[in-house]
Design a protein. Structure first.
Ligand SMILES: O=C(O)CCC(=O)C(=O)O
Ligand SMILES: [Fe+2]
Length: 325
């Protein structure tokens, strides 16, 4: 039984809503509860670009596998570096390479994060590249859970705009699509790193590049002094309190798909402010989703219009180039 905490108030009238969903939700026969959830989902994404999803979910296996991996020495981890961040094979990227803020014009310098990325689909099987076995096994299970949830979210999106149930799902499957799992590890900041400048934060302000991102945040994010994920609502940075839910946000493509009705919320990960939290690491697990790269994304309500539409893969490529400069 999942208990949903009270809906999440932020500044002004814009609220990040909490929505309970079950993976077996049938959007073809809407019930009263379902209509309410759909309304909150739509409202939350329109006002903030974020929504918190509560469901039966246990990320402990992937979190344990990721923590074990990041504990290894730098040279061991570098054996799994297969190129720049965003390369098709994924793999390990050390601290001091990515600068995600530059994709949205914010200047905080290199991000204080190391990460591991992989994709699982028939034409780009994670097992074909030399990924660490323990990570891939736990990752494969988690990836499948995220894809199941994504399918439900895409149905909710279609229902929000009175489109046929599989309107968006058909743009993702059959793949290969833009889905990718990222394991993000933010090392303790009490130990200084020469690759990082003093203006750096854990992850600079940015919007996500594709469709939905489904994030399992670090549970300590809810505590005061621990930093963590923040989203810009109106003119204010607001701390995202997941309270056990998964944080879902709409990436840039939703702005194109919805003609701007849904926001691609600007977000960042800030440094801890308490002495205690500075000595702790943070681990988050975002799952990014995107349609097949050749998908032309245009306003589903307004039509394709004059020269409208953005090619999903092209948009992703441009954003990744900027983040690695
Ligand atoms: O670590 C987090 O909580 C957020 C990560 C993020 O924004 C991203 O990977 O795009
Ligand atoms: Fe993000």
């Amino acid at each position: 039984m999942v208990v949903i905490p009270d809906s999440y108030s932020t500044s002004g009238s814009a609220k990040i809503q909490r929505v309970y969903i079950s993976p077996s939700s049938d959007f073809g026969t809407p019930s009263e509860a379902m209509s309410r959830n759909l309304r909150l989902f739509n409202e939350s994404l329109s006002n903030t670009g974020f929504v918190i999803i509560h469901l039966d979910h246990d990320p402990s296996d992937i979190r344990t596998a990721a923590s074990n991996f990041f504990e290894a020495s730098e040279s061991d981890k570098m054996r799994y570096n297969f190129g720049s961040y965003g390369n098709p094979k994924g793999g390990y990227t050390p601290v001091g390479v990515e600068d995600v803020g530059s994709t949205s014009g914010s200047e905080t310098g290199k991000d204080w994060v190391e990460n591991y990325v992989f994709r699982v689909h028939p034409d780009n099987d994670a097992a074909d590249t030399n990924h660490p076995k323990e990570l891939v096994e736990a990752g494969r299970v988690y990836f499948e859970q995220m894809e199941a949830l994504l399918k439900v979210l895409l149905k909710m999106a279609a229902a929000s705009f009175d489109l046929e149930e599989d309107y968006f799902n058909k743009q993702f499957w059959p793949g290969p699509n833009g889905n990718a799992l990222r394991l993000a590890h933010y090392p303790p900041q009490s130990t200084s790193s020469s690759t990082i400048s003093s203006s750096s934060i854990r992850y600079g302000a940015h919007t996500d590049y594709q469709a939905f991102t489904i994030l399992s945040p670090d549970p300590t994010d809810d505590l005061d002094g621990y930093g963590g994920l923040e989203v810009m609502v109106g003119e204010e940075w607001v701390k995202v309190k997941s309270e056990g839910g998964l944080v879902v946000n709409a990436g840039d493509l939703w702005v194109d798909w919805t003609g701007g009705r849904w926001k691609s919320g600007l977000h960042r990960v800030v440094n801890p402010s308490s002495e205690e939290a500075m000595g702790k690491s943070r681990l988050s697990v975002p799952f990014f989703s995107g349609p097949r790269p050749e998908t032309l994304v245009f306003d589903v309500l307004g039509g394709q219009g004059e020269g409208g539409g953005v090619m999903a893969g092209e948009h992703l490529r441009r954003k990744l180039e900027r983040s690695n400069l």
